[in-house]
Design a protein around this ligand. Structure first.
Ligand SMILES: [Fe+2]
Length: 359
């Protein structure tokens, strides 16, 4: 795809699911395809750090192997949720029912919706406006195809979907599947036409159906939990949005660190324990330190973790927020449950004019 499109492929190791982020680099409008419930904070952090506005979260189909992150992302961003209107009874919580021929826009760019049923009734493939990328969900996988033995699956239908809607794309069109279990990230239409062992080469409908009907796969592990949750668009049963922390407005960064704003720390100084991990001589320098901070230099922290009290949430602080980020990794490993890195460190703290003590 052209350079004015931002593209990221994200991975959930527990379910081997790929999530795709696409955005118009100019307008910053974005869509996410096949988000995973447990990864919503990661995805939100990436959107924030790249300065993108999520317009829609899309699912290629109603998944049986993981819960969608759609509802959580809707709560976080106000985006719309698009999934096929063909599921019966429909997934009524989705506010953007989609079907064959629809166009999903993000800024000046768009995705074409192609119905590719067979794995389930409502499977769709999203095709980029320049036909350089196809997001095939579980219809066409890399050297494979989605199973057809549950959720209204039908191998005859899937054969016609893949040959009619995906193999009709240019041979150079990249194929980005919903999953891969063998470390492969992408393929192309031409490559799958030639080498897919189920449907490539000279396989006809009978060959494909014969193959698919004899896969003898085990029942999907997650289906009993995933399907009912996905029919609710991934809304938890208690309707509560899980937060990174209950004690304060903690944010998870794309780097996976828990972070809190210096202003909040200043306003709630008495409720938290400040752990400053700079070297002692840095305390003498012009940035000063936060009143009551405990000083344990980062290189001594591992040996001195028992000195850090656990009664209050621990806010780690350093010069610019890098070493203290590493301190939070050590706190987590030591079993601390309430902790965060103070964003921007003492540099940002002093820029904001927050109170400091000088040695
Ligand atoms: Fe699936």
């Amino acid at each position: 795809m052209s350079p004015d499109v931002i593209f990221r492929q994200l991975y959930d190791a527990a379910s081997s699911t790929y999530t795709y982020l696409l955005a118009d680099a100019r307008s910053r409008d974005a869509v996410l395809i096949d988000s995973v419930y447990e990864q919503h904070l990661r995805d939100k952090a990436l959107l924030d750090e790249l300065g993108l506005m999520l317009r829609a979260v899309l699912d290629t189909h109603c998944h049986a192997d993981h819960v969608t992150g759609a509802w959580l992302l809707q709560q976080a961003t106000g985006c719309r949720y698009g999934i096929s209107r063909r599921y019966q009874p429909g997934i009524s919580c989705a506010d953007m029912p989609i079907d064959h021929g629809d166009v999903v826009r993000f800024g000046e760019r768009s995705l074409e919706v192609r119905a590719t049923p067979g794995h389930t009734d409502g499977c769709v493939t999203f095709v980029s406006d320049d036909r350089s990328m196809a997001f095939t969900g579980d219809a066409l996988l890399i050297r494979g195809a989605g199973r057809c033995d549950f959720q209204q699956g039908n191998a005859h239908t899937l054969y016609r979907s893949i040959t009619g809607q995906i193999f009709s794309l240019p041979d150079t069109c990249a194929v980005y599947p919903g999953h891969d279990y063998n470390g492969r990230t992408m393929s192309t239409v031409g490559e799958e036409k030639a080498h897919n062992p189920r449907i490539g080469g000279r396989a006809d409908e009978r060959d494909f159906v014969g193959f698919m009907e004899n896969l003898n796969l085990p029942h999907p592990k997650q289906i009993d939990q995933a399907l009912p949750a996905n029919l609710r668009c991934g809304r938890p049963e208690d309707g509560r949005v899980p937060r990174p922390a209950e004690w304060g407005p903690v944010r998870q960064t794309y780097a996976g660190l828990l972070e809190i704003e210096p202003e909040w720390v200043a306003q709630h100084r008495a409720e938290v324990h400040i752990l400053d991990v700079r070297q002692p001589q840095e305390m003498q320098e012009s940035l000063g330190f936060i009143d009551g901070a405990q000083l344990i230099p980062l290189n001594e922290l591992k040996a001195r973790l028992s000195e850090v009290p656990r009664e209050r949430p621990v806010v780690a602080v350093c010069h610019a927020g890098m070493r203290s980020g590493q301190a939070t990794v050590m706190l987590r490993a030591a079993g601390f449950e309430r902790y965060a890195n103070m964003r921007g460190g003492m540099l940002l703290w002093s820029q904001l004019g927050l109170p400091v003590r000088k040695a």
